[in-house]
Design a binder for this molecule. Structure first.
Ligand SMILES: Cc1cc2nc3c(=O)[nH]c(=O)nc-3n(C[C@H](O)[C@H](O)[C@H](O)COP(=O)(O)OP(=O)(O)OC[C@H]3O[C@@H](n4cnc5c(N)ncnc54)[C@H](O)[C@@H]3O)c2cc1C
Length: 456
């Protein structure tokens, strides 16, 4: 039994290759777990269902078998499917690092007749493979990255031996079938479409170092959804770009991805606890109206509002703008980073516990190797640097469509005539800023400084 989870592909998938190498009949299982499925926003659910349909298609075309879909609690369903497959059935899967997944997998393993075979097909390196000379996971990214680069990849199985006359034998029972998608998937589904997206990005890789922070350009790979759902293997991405101009800073991002996953594997409390424990003493503000305005893109700070509206409408959000939206919530509104983390994780198409928590803690300055808390982004200066013509802001904040850059990034700095000529009335057609950026910055610094230093 191969239990697919967030590794929805047949190539470059160690659990799948391992299972089919034996030559026996394989059940390709996916369990729709309501705990995870019901919590995802509609667009992410739609993408997942489309990916499952595409995996089913791939199985049909390549093996004649079907994806066997069951609904329920995997702790009961997986052992039941293994038992139905017959005595001596072995279950293989690609492991995950989140606390829920880890607990669930332990419970599933305990219910199986034989120990499962597990791999880490969603990461370049498995947790525990990238350690310092002292045998620990580095809390400093640059040190982790140095070791990550020189650590040889654990071998993954190749699947059926070369020259095998028959493909894998896959069971043909579709089980309970796929859940209702409820919406159209935001991007073309399937491993072939993911590879096509990777191929389409390669000619632009050389511009990545210069343009990746520009939300007004289409300059990043857009592969995070494929990496999250596993329609693409991270190793395939590294192999595809190796040696090309622009590859180094791009591959470095995949090392961040591994690092956050390794950290969560080691510290399952990270979604709820500041890695630098003293910052859990910060007196966060309880301000539901401000949080609601942030969620709906009504803060009066155009780059933040543009980002939050793009997120709500599409489930996507450019990486630089994620930082600015997160920083505004945590530093300027002084709202607990966990509030924002939950919101983004629910809506993002690439929403991923390890990546989201790691990045939120980085922005909040509470995590490992975080930005020092006193380096607070100024969203206006950032917007002027990274969205120089204001194109991104005007796309998502149409109330400001008649304003040019640099004014569009801080309409409160403009005179009444200029605003009137663009049809903007602050506080009416577009909100006045929720907070003064300078004052709220000072308030954040004071709150962070007041957090007591803890012994040790
Ligand atoms: C507050 C906040 C929350 C985030 N939440 C998530 C999340 O839930 N899921 C997620 O996949 N990414 C998250 N990120 C990281 C990053 O913003 C996205 O991975 C990236 O924007 C996706 O776009 P891309 O595929 O075009 O990235 P590219 O720039 O093309 O990068 C290539 C790949 O590298 C990885 N990567 C890039 N940046 C980062 C990073 N900062 N940390 C870890 N991996 C990275 C991603 O897998 C990405 O697909 C978050 C960042 C911030 C600041």
């Amino acid at each position: 039994v191969v239990w697919f989870r967030r590794d929805l592909r047949l190539d470059d998938n160690p659990a799948w290759a391992d299972a089919v190498a034996g030559g026996g009949e394989v059940v390709a299982l996916f369990v729709v777990d309501p705990v995870l499925f019901d919590r995802a926003a509609p667009l992410r659910r739609a993408q997942l269902v489309a990916e499952l349909a595409a995996l089913d298609d791939d199985l049909r075309h390549r093996t004649g078998g079907r994806l066997h879909v069951r609904h329920g609690d995997p702790r009961h369903v997986v052992p039941a499917v293994a038992a139905e497959a017959g005595a001596g059935a072995v279950v293989a899967w690609n492991a995950d690092v989140g606390p829920y997944a880890t607990r669930r997998d332990r419970a599933v393993a305990a219910g199986l007749e034989l120990p499962p075979r597990t791999w880490y097909g969603s990461l370049v390196h498995r947790p525990g493979a990238v350690l310092t000379g002292k045998g620990t996971l580095s809390r400093v990214f640059t040190a982790f990255h140095r070791v990550w680069l020189r650590t040889p990849w654990d071998p993954w199985p190749d699947g059926p031996a070369a020259g095998a006359t028959e493909g894998p034998r896959v069971a043909g029972d579709p089980g309970q079938g796929l859940p209702e998608a409820g919406a159209n998937p935001p991007q073309r589904a399937g491993a072939a479409a993911a590879l096509a997206r990777l191929d389409a990005f390669l000619p632009h890789l050389d511009r990545y170092p210069d343009d990746r922070d520009r939300p007004d350009l289409d300059a990043t790979s857009g592969l995070s959804v494929d990496l999250k759902l596993g329609t693409l293997s991270p190793r395939a991405v590294v192999r595809a770009v190796e040696g090309a101009p622009g590859a180094e800073p791009f591959v470095r991002q995949l090392a961040w991805r591994d690092w956050y996953a390794h950290l969560l594997a080691e510290r399952p409390d990270l979604p709820t606890t500041a890695m630098q424990a003293r910052f859990d003493a910060i007196a966060w503000r309880d301000d539901p109206d401000a949080v609601q305005a942030w969620r709906e893109g009504r803060t009066g700070v155009p780059i933040v509002d543009a980002g939050m509206r793009q997120l709500a409408a599409t489930g996507r959000l450019h990486g630089r703008v994620r930082m600015l939206c997160a920083s505004f919530l945590v530093k300027n509104l002084l709202v607990d980073w966990r509030v924002g983390e939950r919101h983004l994780r629910h809506l993002l198409l690439d929403g991923d516990l390890a990546q989201n928590v790691g990045n939120w803690q980085w922005v909040a300055g509470t995590g490992p190797d975080a930005a020092p808390y006193d380096r607070i982004f100024n969203p206006v200066l950032q917007a002027r640097r990274h969205d120089p013509d204001g194109t991104y802001v005007r796309t998502w904040v149409p109330e400001l469509a008649e304003l040019a850059a640099p004014g569009v990034h801080a309409p409160w700095e403009l005179g009444p005539l200029e605003l009137a000529a663009a049809g903007v009335v602050l506080g009416d057609t577009y909100p006045a800023p929720l907070v003064d950026l300078g004052e709220s910055r000072a308030r954040a610094l004071a709150a962070y400084r007041a957090a007591p230093k803890l012994p040790g």
